[in-house]
Design a protein. Structure first.
Length: 540
């Protein structure tokens, strides 16, 4: 618009009808209302035909339309043909073509693309765009991403592998008339043996913004080794970029609180006899033969006695903190006493006393043995208990109880309160889910921080804190799973304590669960389970 002799002359009327004219004047648009009868709603529809018009004078225009004023009023600003927007992180650029299809066709696609490239060049965009892709997707009045930067790729985290301590699980083999009860309780290593390794974290791949700026990539997270520096050493192999853990002494491998170490270990090649004397050792004890009568073996950790003949009238075999494995069985001669805090594994048990904080596993039979434990499990399908007594906290499982000679046999299950255990179990499960949710949130937070931490010191510090918190919750989750496993052992029992007999029961057998007593005075050679509902013994 320009003036001549004080008059306004309009050279570019871009829209006109019976009611209004819209005039394009350089960087602004004007409106002239010619008569009454027009509305703001009609104006909204008509300006859609002018993609470069951005209306911003609503109050004045509304008044002019209402009064039918013939004044020329400012309607709005003129948008550029190509609106370019660059994201704050400079990883993406998008455009909007402020033109109709007809206007684009008039301009020509080649000219339009050249203008797009000029706008991008002026903004400093040098990376992440494809001209062919822009041509194939360009359309009027629609947002189009024209350039994308490259996100940095974090390097691979360290991968740590430790010596695997297998769960003690007895295996029963029958070779002709000989039954074998095999187990490996102690994990022995020699000096220099492999205990674990760590493949070191790798460098990441740098990213790039659409302006060509490099985005440093984070190296993969380091995973610290957790080992006892007194008994384990580490050695780095530069060719393989790998650090290996090696035993610095001969002993038994243990992992406690996620820390691997080699514990004191005593191996006796032959028998425990007058030649060796009684054994009292702070660590693991591995006896390759037997323990002769009247001798004792005491240890803080696991004890395994590997002789085929097992033990006889020994004085005492005791593990204060660990488990015991007696490969050849126990023929106690009314004298032997076996005590352990963990589990006991033995081929058979006769004429002996056993006290165990965990589970007593007996391969084939118990005769005139007195056994106390959390659970007593006979592993062979054809197992039997004759005479003596069994006192368990939770459960007893055996093939046959008693014999044809009507030898009195006593089985007692002290029982538990299922509702309390179930309440504890439910609480553990809820806590596990909450911890898992927290871990997932921390994983997401880690991923976001890892993209920017390499170039931002404050974000790096924040990432370190998140990694520390992540490790804390992972450790807690492991402890919760261990607690869950303990409570499951109770809940797997029927009722509030059970006796499972898989083959049959003879007469003169007493079953006591909690305070209820059942005398079995008949022979019943069929599977049966006795359990308590908290008040009475029931049969299943």
């Amino acid at each position: 618009m320009w003036r001549k002799g004080g008059l306004r002359l309009f050279e570019d009327i871009v829209f006109s009808n019976d009611f209004i004219d819209i005039i394009d004047d350089d960087n602004q648009f004007y409106i002239k209302v010619k008569q009454h009868g027009y509305s703001m709603n009609q104006l909204d529809e008509d300006v859609k035909k002018l993609p470069r018009l951005k209306v911003n004078q609503f109050v004045a225009i509304q008044s002019a339309i209402k009064t039918g004023s013939s004044k020329v009023l400012l309607l709005g600003n003129k948008k550029p043909l190509i609106d370019l927007e660059i994201s704050k992180d400079r990883l993406e650029a998008s455009i909007i073509i402020n033109a109709t299809k007809e206007q684009i066709d008039t301009l020509g696609i080649q000219e339009l693309i050249q203008q797009v490239l000029d706008v991008m060049k002026h903004a400093g965009i040098v990376y992440g765009f494809d001209i062919k892709d822009i041509i194939s997707h360009i359309s009027p009045m629609e947002k189009l991403v024209v350039a994308k930067g490259l996100l940095p790729i974090k390097g691979q985290d360290a991968i740590v592998t430790y010596y695997k301590i297998e769960e003690a699980k007895p295996e029963i083999h029958q070779n002709g008339d000989v039954n074998h009860y095999e187990l490996n309780l102690i994990n022995k290593v020699h000096r220099g043996d492999w205990l674990g390794e760590r493949i070191e974290p790798k460098d990441g791949v740098d990213g790039k913004t659409i302006l060509g700026e490099p985005i440093p990539a984070l190296k993969g997270n380091q995973e610290p080794f957790k080992y006892d520096k007194k008994t384990v050493v580490e050695s780095y192999d530069p060719e393989l970029d790998k650090t290996v853990l090696l035993a610095s002494t001969t002993g038994a491998v243990i992992i406690e609180n996620d820390i691997i170490s080699v514990c004191n270990y005593l191996e006796i090649e032959g028998k425990v006899s007058f030649k060796t004397g009684n054994v009292d050792f702070d660590g693991f004890v591995d006896i390759r033969d037997v323990v002769e009568d009247n001798f004792s073996v005491l240890a803080n950790q696991d004890i395994q006695i590997m002789g085929d003949m097992g033990i006889g009238g020994v004085n005492l075999i005791e593990s204060k903190e660990g488990s015991i494995y007696i490969r050849g069985g126990i023929a106690g001669k009314g004298k032997a006493k076996i005590i352990c805090e963990g589990d006991l594994y033995t081929k058979f048990a006769t004429d002996c006393d056993i006290e165990c904080g965990g589970t007593v596993h007996i391969g084939f039979y118990a005769i005139n043995a007195n056994i106390k434990a959390k659970e007593v499990i006979f592993d062979s399908f054809n197992s039997k208990v004759i005479g003596g007594s069994i006192e368990a906290q939770v459960r007893v499982q055996v093939g046959t109880v008693g014999n044809k000679m009507d030898t009195p046999t006593f089985i007692q299950v002290l029982g538990f309160v299922r509702d309390k255990v179930k309440e504890e179990y439910d609480f553990i499960n809820i806590t596990i889910e909450r911890v898992k949710e927290k871990i997932n949130l921390l994983k997401q937070k880690k991923s976001l921080l890892e993209m920017v931490a390499a170039s931002d010191l404050e974000k790096r510090k924040e990432l370190d804190k998140v990694n520390e918190e992540f490790g804390f919750f992972k450790k807690n989750l492991k402890m919760l799973y261990a607690s869950q496993k303990k409570t499951i052992s109770y809940l797997r029992s029927k009722g509030e304590g059970e006796v499972v007999i898989t083959h049959g029961i003879y007469s003169k057998v007493q079953i006591k669960i909690k305070d209820d007593v059942l005398w079995h005075m008949e022979v019943a050679l069929s599977p049966v389970t006795y359990y308590t509902d908290g008040r009475n013994i029931l049969k299943a």
